[in-house]
Write a protein of this length. Sequence first.
Length: 304
Amino acid sequence: MGWQDFLAGENGAWTFCEIAEGDFVSFLYGARAHNLYEVSKREALRDALSLPPWEPLTFRETGRTYSFPYRLLLRPVRTFTELLVRAEFAYVAENLLLRGGYSKTHFQADQTTLQSVSEMGTVANGAVEPLALPEYTTFTLRFSRTKSLLKTPEIVRFRETILQAAIRRNLMLRDNLDRLLKELGLNGINADDLEILGEKALPEGHVDLLLKRRVPLGSALKIPIEVKTNRAQSKDLIQLRDYMKELHGECPIGVLIASDFGRSAIEEASKVQMKLVKYSLSADLKQTPTFQEIFDGLTLSALE
């Protein structure tokens, strides 16, 4: 087993919430993919400034010092080093190209990529030297919209990316996705045939979530989903419309998810192939709910 660490702060917290136990991860460096691992454990460590293996990192511009409290315990699955120019990495390479490089800590590959990677290289059978850690305690990561309650890395600002992660986890559950498909009028589509992916780079920008056919057969159904934490207006539909054009004829609808919708957004969506979905949370973001509490209290309802 080996540890993977993430920097304290909002991006590190987002990564920690996005990746769950049982997920598979690989590492990109120098236009190559390195190895395949399974996440066997996740922990947020207190007082990480004094814990190995990384020294605290101080940014020259702000003078702030960051530690690495968000950690994943990884089990080696396969060993390989492969160039991203391989056709099997098309989904990954396209994301990198359109992003202009490694602008974010991570992004999600599709099922086809995972299946291909699972046949690369050799089965990992070498022992990994465990990281020797002194005695430590852990904390439960929390989020809030109340500035006075923020205390990085334990309590982090609630951002749109955290909402996106919760919605993706919600739609990974078959019953939830099946219910939403029916509310969207997509009765002929089987939820088992689809996968919901995190942020996908397109020439027009980065779509927040992408619902696509898991194994394309003759057609590659793709539904872009934009997420807004607050009330959405008609201008928020413009970007979604551009994403739909980029996906050409394989995109039957676009979906905009928000806490509420202005009258102009409702009127505009009715004129085009866009669906509006209202989200609600039972967790009180004026307090400090955990990601699990945010996820558990999330409901999605399509507007008629």
